[in-house]
Design a protein around this ligand. Structure first.
Ligand code: ZN
Length: 453
């Protein structure tokens, strides 16, 4: 075997050689500048108009639209009990593989749906999939121009930030410090409040993404980066400021679940799970963020602390701007992982929260005993709680209603449906505040694990 090449990379090389001399289809395996990216998304929509929609979540600092391709059997509509999923690429403008993989993935979903691939058809019917190939189109253009200028390109950081050279993955409001304080004081364990004037403190791209998160009840997400090959899970930020900079594992209340989500990607990837990549070693191809290196104001922790969404960060290539010739092999290496990870959104429990007249209750809190992180129902009254297989005691509460508790067993297959019907509180107790900052009776404390792995 050629030194330094893995079997899949060699396979891709051979495939590439076989394809030499045959005309490549125009969208196949090229880097896409901004205009080409927009055209590619619109082309997917015109190929699959009934299962797709292109929309913008806002504009970059230089005014480029941040376009999302939605794939769903009912584009533009949230169907109760159908989970929302997102993939975000190219947050660092010079890390471009995720951008290209997501364009390819969008084309793949459309083509396979049309071809009658049952697995993909089921995903499209049961999931609302949102794909943002580039969160940082301005940075990308800077990086792409540099790469065009020649092989001596050495800009490891050129185009990483947005046009104002702000690193977007250090630009989200920092909610970890508040979370770590609340852990010690039995405070709120989800949907932490944003600081005052937060809109003035973030870049336009970050603002657009936060508003996006506010408008859609995302359940699962991945953020695609480059520069290493590993699936990284929360928390990214160390718990102890004195030892920040050293490697300290920062477990979230959903640590076991996040490990399983990260492994769903690494083991479905052709070589990530092996662990040795780019001169680093990550056991099973996964890492806790803070145990690798501590990072503040990242998007991953923000998703978990501000929304119902569980996000991991995927590092997908040693070379941040791989040549176009490497893209076919990378696509083959990631294709199954992109599908398998998406399927994880269908695990755990989900259901409706109703009042006694069968009206849906939005913003109800769903607590799982033993996991100090609640989720909330969406405006349609539906909730989604990713969980590992097991038996759980689940309690749902909403202001003005009596809590309701049920035991449920979760299997390894699709989500168990569990609906709640809440009775109103007796009149005289209506004023008792039980919503914010309540002591979570059914939760147990997760021990702080501050030692290196
Ligand atoms: Zn990055």
């Amino acid at each position: 075997m050629v030194r330094g090449w893995t079997t899949p990379q060699l396979g891709a090389l051979l495939l590439g050689l076989l394809l030499l001399g045959t005309p490549a289809s125009p969208s196949d395996f090229q880097h896409h500048r901004y205009d080409e990216l927009v055209r590619a998304l619109l082309a997917v929509h015109s190929q699959c108009p009934y299962i797709s929609r292109v929309y913008s979540i806002g504009r970059s600092a230089e005014g480029r639209h941040l376009y999302v391709l939605e794939v769903s059997d009912n584009p533009g509509v949230h169907e109760p009990l159908e989970p929302e999923f997102k993939y975000v690429g190219n947050m660092h403008g010079n890390e471009v593989l995720g951008r290209e993989l997501l364009i390819k993935f969008a084309e793949f979903l459309c083509e396979e749906y049309r071809a009658g691939n049952h697995r993909i058809m089921q995903l499209v019917h049961d999931t609302r999939i949102h794909i943002l190939p580039s969160m940082n189109p301005d940075g990308y253009e800077v990086a792409a121009r540099q790469v065009q200028e020649g092989p001596e390109f050495n800009g490891y950081l050129v185009g990483r930030g947005n046009s104002r050279e702000i690193d977007l993955n250090r630009n989200f409001p920092d909610l970890n410090a508040l979370m770590y304080y609340y852990e010690k004081t039995n405070g709120r364990n989800h949907h932490l409040p944003l600081p005052d004037n937060w809109e003035q403190q973030v870049e336009p791209e970050t603002l657009a993404v936060i508003k996006w998160m506010q408008n859609y009840n995302f359940v699962l997400s991945a953020n695609l980066h480059g520069g290493a090959v590993v699936a990284n899970y929360p928390f990214d930020k160390s718990r102890d400021p004195r030892i920040r900079g050293r490697t300290t594992y920062a477990a979230s209340p959903d640590d076991k679940l996040f490990k399983k989500l990260a492994k769903a990607y690494s083991y479905a990837h052709s070589w990530m799970y092996k662990g040795w990549n780019c001169g680093d070693y990550f056991d099973e191809g996964i890492t806790n963020g803070a145990s690798w290196y501590s990072l503040s104001k990242g998007m991953q922790d923000f998703n978990y602390l501000y929304t119902n969404c569980f996000e991991i960060t995927l590092e997908l290539s040693c070379n941040k701007f791989p040549p176009a010739s490497a893209l076919p092999g990378e696509w083959l290496g990631n294709r199954e992982a992109l599908v398998s990870y998406l399927e994880q959104v269908h695990h755990g429990i989900k259901g409706m929260v109703y009042d006694e007249n069968n009206n849906p209750i939005g913003d109800a809190e769903v607590s799982v005993s033993g996991v100090n992180h609640d989720v909330t129902s969406g405006v349609d009254g539906d909730y989604f709680r990713l969980l590992l297989p097991g038996t759980y005691t689940v309690t749902t509460t909403a202001p003005g209603y009596l809590p309701s508790t049920t035991t449920v067993t979760v299997g390894p297959a699709e989500a168990t449906q569990l609906h709640f019907y809440l009775k109103p509180l007796p009149k005289q107790t209506l004023n008792i505040k039980q919503h914010h900052g309540k002591k979570n009776l059914s939760s147990t404390k997760v021990p702080l694990n501050l030692g290196p792995r």
